[in-house]
Ligand binder design. Structure first.
Ligand code: GLV
Ligand code: GLV
Length: 397
């Protein structure tokens, strides 16, 4: 291979490797037996010659690594993640390194008329179309999987699945009782979505259609597709003699917090969303509300959350992500007391963890790097992503 491409972790599947090796790249996969690589580990990997890197959300991609990559001749970096709060995009730009992430927008799919499913071979697609089209075809690779986990946590919290499972295994079940693990009925309740982008909208549709919940959402941009979906489903229910579902676009986030029974957070993490959910906002929620976070830990003030869980035993949370010291990564640690709370469900950042999605993310990350090295247009560039709470950004096309 003419180009040296590094992956800081072994990634699922082999398609991403073939994709690169078929296109003049030599792929080197780091095999260090360490969950989280340090900046020094990665510097050693980059060495004096490296054309592109596929990295992970656990790594601190800042000034030091981008200047080293640039010195080694590298011009491409892709995070194998939709979130890129671990990447200093400005520093990358300064050193002439293009940055990719692995989100993907389902708009592209229909626009290009490219079908992509778990069985489709990326190589075939790549040969038939070009990298740009294939990137488009991977649209939604992470969206539904992440939304499905948010939905799983919502149901698990509403029906107290984890507590009930622990009770059963502990041999405490003595027979059916009218009040044993009574939870919430979601039907007819209101689901609140903070950040109705790709993942937030997919989650909203699942909860509305799957469980006949009403929707209230907060986002800087109006999601007309989502509104139309709920309207149409409401009409369908009405025509069948059922209570129709409704939607509302809230003008403030607090409106969502006050009205919703289940609230799911889907913003990106940046300075404007750090501790978006704090003590005061927690106290604005219903006493029996359910809060779900599959975005990034620091969006929630976790210390305030533990206090709130202690003071409000009927309040429940489902967390896939945990607070960090900085905007980069410190996830394995939970704040003191969280692990003891019966009204908290905690899972280890698995929202995108389906086989198809993780393989798709790996392929997309490879395409991002390949696209830059070979001069194909890069689709999934975080520079195209609008900051969540920046009132001055123009609406996306
Ligand atoms: C996972 O958290 C991701 O950002 O892809
Ligand atoms: C519960 O099992 C019921 O039959 O109501």
């Amino acid at each position: 291979g003419k180009y040296r491409v590094i992956s800081t972790k072994p990634m699922p599947g082999t398609r991403w490797i073939r994709l690169l090796t078929d296109q003049d790249c030599r792929v080197e996969i780091c095999t260090l037996k360490k969950t989280i690589l340090s900046v020094e580990d990665i510097l050693a990997l980059i060495g004096d010659r490296c054309d592109g890197v596929i990295g992970q959300l656990t790594e601190d991609w800042g000034e030091v690594l981008f200047s080293a990559l640039s010195r080694a001749g590298g011009r491409a970096f892709s995070n194998m993640a939709v979130g890129y709060n671990n990447v200093d995009v400005e520093a990358a730009n300064k050193y002439g390194v293009a940055v990719g992430n692995t989100p993907i927008d389902s708009r592209g799919l229909n626009a290009m008329g490219v079908k992509y499913g778990p069985e489709t071979s990326n190589i075939e697609l790549f040969q038939k179309h070009n990298a740009f089209h294939v990137s488009l075809a991977l649209c939604g690779v992470l969206t539904e999987t992440t939304a499905e986990l948010a939905a799983s946590l919502s149901l698990a919290a509403a029906r107290r699945i984890v507590e009930a499972d622990e009770f059963m295994r502990a041999g405490l079940y003595e027979g059916w009782l009218p009040h044993l693990f009574v939870g919430n009925l979601l039907k007819g309740q209101t689901v609140g979505v903070i950040g109705a982008g790709r993942i937030g909208s997919a989650y909203a549709r699942m909860m509305v259609e799957g469980f006949k919940m009403n929707l209230i959402y907060y986002d800087l941009y109006q999601s007309t597709r989502l509104e139309k979906f709920v309207t149409a489903y409401g009409q369908f229910l009405k025509a069948n003699g059922e209570q129709p579902v409704t939607w509302k676009r809230a003008s403030t986030m607090d409106e969502v917090l006050q009205e919703a029974d289940v609230i799911s957070l889907h913003p990106i993490l940046d300075k404007t969303t750090y501790h978006l959910i704090n003590k005061e906002r927690l106290s604005n929620m219903k006493k029996e509300a359910i809060l779900i976070n599959c975005s990034r830990g620091p969006v929630v003030d976790e210390v305030a959350l533990v206090e709130h869980l202690k003071a409000n035993p009927m309040f429940r949370v489902g967390l896939d992500v945990f607070e960090a010291r900085s905007l980069t990564y410190d996830e394995p640690h939970m704040k003191p007391g969280l692990a003891d709370m019966k009204n908290a469900i905690v899972v280890p950042h698995i929202a995108s963890a389906s086989k198809w999605t993780r393989e798709g993310m790996a392929t997309l990350a490879a395409l991002n790097v390949l696209g830059k090295i070979k001069g194909y247009p890069i689709w999934s560039n975080p520079n195209n992503v609008e900051p969540f709470l920046n009132e001055n950004s123009p609406p996306p096309a």
